[in-house]
Structure formats: C-alpha cells, structure tokens
Design a protein around this ligand. Structure first.
Ligand SMILES: Nc1ncnc2c1ncn2[C@@H]1O[C@H](COP(=O)(O)OP(=O)(O)O)[C@@H](O)[C@H]1O
Ligand SMILES: O=P(O)(O)OC[C@H]1O[C@](O)(COP(=O)(O)O)[C@@H](O)[C@@H]1O
Ligand SMILES: [Mg+2]
Length: 321
C-alpha cells in the first residue's frame, strides 16, 4: 500500500540546508498529491504530539535560511522503547504512514527504530559533521567547511603580520571531515583528526623545522573529537616555546545561509525521499554518491562507520610543506 500522508522532522544538531530539505519534502509531497505534516522539535515533538499540516506557503521564503523552521531537539526520552512507541502511535492516530527524518547519525538510529515499529521511514543526511556513510556529502557540510575556510583566511592575515601560529578547533563530534576538507582548502600545515593517530612531538618538531626553513606562521587544525585546541597549544608550547593562539569556531559553523551546493543537495534528496516513499520504499537512508542519488538500508547505514579519506589527508600533508 502506497503512502498517503507523510510527515517531516528535523533532529539532532541543526545544519544549513535543513530548511531547503523541509521545503523539498513538503512541496514534492503536495505535488504528488500527498497530505504533508510537520513535526516540531524533532523526536520531542513526535512524543509531545506537536504535529501540524503543511501547505505550499508554509515553506515559503526558507530555502536561503540557516537553522530549521521546524526546530530541533536532542531527546533522551526517544532513546527508550516507550518513547519510540508513543511517537509511532501519535503518527498512526492521524493516519500518517510515512516519515522523513532529516538529521545525523543519532537521528538515523531513531528513524531505524520507527521503521521497525511499522512507520515507513526515510533518513535524509542533515548534519555539518559529514559522518554518515553511503553518501559523499551530508546537508550542511559544504556550508560549514566554507565558514571554516573563511575564518582561516582571516586568521592568516593577522598570523602572517605577527609571524604567529594558530590552533583552530573545529566541530566534528567523532569525525574529522570538517577539519580535513577545511584544512586542505585553506592550506593548514597540520590537520589533527580522530581517525588518524598522531604524535605531537613530531608536529612540534615540524613547526620548528618549518620555522628554520623560513615559514613564519602556521595553522594547526584540530577536530573537537581529538581534544581541545587549548591542550594542543599547551603541548606545542611545552615542546617548542612557540605560543600558538587558539580559536574555537564553535556554533558559528552551524549558522548562516546554506551554500548553493547544500541547497541543491537538500532539494534533490528531499524530493528523492518522497518519490521513493511513494514507490513503496521504507527504512532507507538517502544519499548521493558520485552524483547519483542512492538508497541504503538504514540498518546498514547505522551499523557502518564512514571511511576516512586518507588520500585527501595525505594530499593536504604533501601540499602544506
Ligand atoms: N540509539 C537511538 N535510538 C533511538 N533514538 C536515538 C538513538 N540515538 C539517538 N537518537 C535520537 O536522535 C536524536 C538526535 O541524535 P544526536 O546524536 O543528538 O544528533 P544527530 O542526529 O545530529 O547525530 C537524539 O536526541 C535521540 O532523540
Ligand atoms: O549543539 P550541541 O548540542 O552543542 O552539539 C555540538 C555537536 O553538534 C555538532 O555540531 C553536529 O553534530 P550532530 O549532527 O551529530 O548533531 C557536532 O559537530 C558537535 O559536536
Ligand atoms: Mg551526529
């Protein structure tokens, strides 16, 4: 039986492009003759029954906005089987038989549970972290990387004037993708990520060698999943006497207008999720691999660790000498 009523929610850390994805789900659903609902505040709204019907105008003027008009939550109660059952029941009592969850790896876990409770659920990768497997990119990652690159450009100006080094801490809960892409794009000398072991004595020695070769400033990019930027800077000072300045970019990375890449990705994936629900698919994560839209069993997505791109990592290292 094909779906007739669907709902959409955003969950976990917000990311730029979530609004574009919500717009795509709502408008594509209405275009195909479905009734479309929105759940406010992610899984918390599902449990609290905060669900409302959407029309074409409900998603006007949002494609360019960061954040999410549906708001989001990190909801402990939904981690329990009881919470998940309440959420599924609230959908069912309205006759909603399909759900699009826009969120990160944690939200995918929740989506998987709902699917097992009989709700036809699709996951859209919405997180700046780019930590979801079976998609080249997640919605928000491109914008977050652009923000980091822009910040490093600015830091470079003052670092080179003062012949200083900078430690920049970026987001990425257990994941070095933002650090990797931003590091390569901004020419950072050192990129520290949780996926690759490193030796701070070596990092320190390289800074000294580079200094002796005439390099007067350097950028060390550290993913928050490794440790605090402050701790890296303190260790470098202990090893070399150099006192790097520390910048923690924090939630700045999650705000602002999405790039055109994120808007296009969000629009394509949102529409894809709806079309696949109509075709009878459920329990799938939607992604894009080498430009192709793909579906992967959500069970497989949540049980697979994303592979780290060592080639890009090595390239960044070679080119920053
Ligand atoms: N194992 C799980 N089972 C059910 N729900 C989960 C599970 N893990 C996370 N969630 C739900 O998804 C929400 C978002 O997850 P979180 O990891 O905070 O963000 P993200 O989805 O961005 O990775 C959590 O607050 C929780 O409600
Ligand atoms: O917004 P909070 O709750 O401070 O969480 C910060 C975390 O959220 C993120 O920005 C995004 O992660 P998720 O997509 O998993 O929510 C992480 O990079 C960071 O560790
Ligand atoms: Mg996550």
């Amino acid at each position: 039986m094909t779906v007739k009523k669907i709902a959409v929610l955003t969950s976990g850390g917000d990311s730029q492009g979530m609004n574009a994805a919500v717009r795509a789900v709502v408008r594509s659903g209405l275009f195909h003759g479905l009734e479309v609902f929105a759940v406010q505040r992610g899984y918390a709204g599902l449990i609290n029954d905060d669900i409302r019907p959407m029309d074409l105008r409900s998603v006007g003027d949002i494609i360019q906005r960061g954040g999410t008009i549906l708001q989001t939550a990190r909801c402990k109660e939904f981690m329990t089987p009881e919470g998940q059952q309440i959420g599924a029941d609230n959908l069912r009592k309205r006759g909603i038989d399909g759900l699009v969850v826009i969120g990160g790896d944690g939200s995918y876990q929740g989506a998987n549970k709902l699917n097992k409770l009989g709700i036809n659920t699709m996951g859209l990768p919405g997180t700046i972290d780019n930590d979801i497997p079976f998609t080249d990119f997640t919605i928000g990652f491109d914008t977050a990387v652009s923000i980091v690159v822009d910040a490093i450009n600015k830091l470079r100006d003052t670092m080179s004037s003062h012949e200083r080094s900078s430690v920049v801490e970026v987001m990425g809960r257990h994941c070095g993708e933002i650090a990797l892409y931003a590091g390569l794009a901004s020419g950072a000398e050192t990129i520290l990520v949780p996926e690759v072991p490193f030796d701070l004595t070596e990092v320190s020695q390289r800074m000294v060698d580079n200094f002796n070769l005439g390099k007067r400033h350097s950028i060390i990019l550290v993913a928050e999943g490794v440790c605090k930027g402050e701790d890296i800077a303190a260790e470098i000072t202990k090893n070399t006497g150099i006192e790097p300045r520390v910048t923690v970019l924090g939630h700045i990375q999650r705000g602002g207008a999405p790039t055109h890449n994120d808007r296009i990705l969000a629009s394509s994936l949102g529409d894809f999720a709806v079309r696949k629900l109509i075709e009878g698919e459920s329990g799938k994560g939607c992604g894009i691999i080498k430009g192709e839209l793909v579906l992967t069993d959500i069970d497989k997505v949540v049980n697979t660790k994303r592979e780290f791109n060592m080639e890009l990592y090595e390239l960044a290292k070679r080119l920053s000498q």
